[in-house]
Design a protein around this ligand. Sequence first.
Ligand SMILES: [Zn+2]
Length: 286
Amino acid sequence: MCNSRMKRCIVVALLLGLAACQTVLDPYGRPIEAPLQMPSGDVAGGGGTFSLITTQQEIELGRQLAAEVEYQHHVDTDPQLQAYVNGIGQWLVANVTRRDIPYSFVVIDNPGSINSFSLPGGRTYVYTGLMKLASNEAELAAVMAHEIAHLVLRHHAATIARQYGFEMLTGIILGQNPDEKARLVADLVGAGVQARFSKDQERTADELGIQILASPGYNPEAMLSIFQKIGAAGQTTTNIPIFSSHPTTQERLQRFQVLLQTFPPNIRADSPIYMERYQEQVLNKL
Ligand SMILES: [Zn+2]
C-alpha cells in the first residue's frame, strides 16, 4: 500500500514535472498526493486577466453574476446532494495552484438540461440533467475538472470583456446595469459566453482539466467517456447547453485519447470511478 502510494506519488510528480511530493487529505479523508501545477507555456490561456481586472474585481463580478444565476434558476434544495457535489469539487481543487479565489460548487435542479458552467471568481454550477447523464462520480468530476481548469487559467473575465466590452464588465462589478447583467447571465446559462471561449482556451482547459481529474486519483478515462456521452446526447436532444459551449468534436475526443496516453496503463486501468457511491448519492435520488 505504502509502496504503491509512493510509486503513484512519483508517477504523478513526474507527470506534473515536480521535484517533491506531499500528502494532503481531502474532505473525505482521502489522500491527495501532489500539488497540481499549471501546464507550462501559456499560463493565461490565450486571454488571461492578469492586466484586465484584479482578483478582487473578478470575485465581485462572480458574486454579482451568481446572485443573478440563482435568482433566475432553481438551486437544488437537497443539502446532502449539494454537500456531495461540493465535496467532489473541493477534492479536485485542493491541489490546484490558483489559490486566490474561493471555489464553490452548486447544483441547479433542472433534470432536462445537460449543463455545467463556471463563473469568474470561483463558482461552478452543475445541472441535475448532467448528473443523470453521468454514470459514475468520476464522469461528473471530469466535467467539473474542465470548468475548474477554465478558472485556474483565468479565462472568464477576458472572454466576457472580449464579447461584451470592458465597460460592461466594470459596470457589473460596480453594481450598475442590472439589465445587462441579466442578459449576460442568460447568455452564460445558454452558453453564449462559454461558446466563445477560444479554441486555444478550450485546448488548454482540456489539458489541465484531465490532470485536475486524475490528480486526486479519479480515473482519467472518465474525461473521454463523459464527453462521448455528451456528444451522443447531442444527437437526440437539443437542451444541452454544454454541448454548444464545449462541442464534442472528433478533434476533442482525439485530443483526450492522446492526453490519456500520457498516463501509465495501470492508472488508466485501476483508478476508481466510484460507481456505487454515485448510484447511492445521486442516481437513486434523481
Ligand atoms: Zn470549456
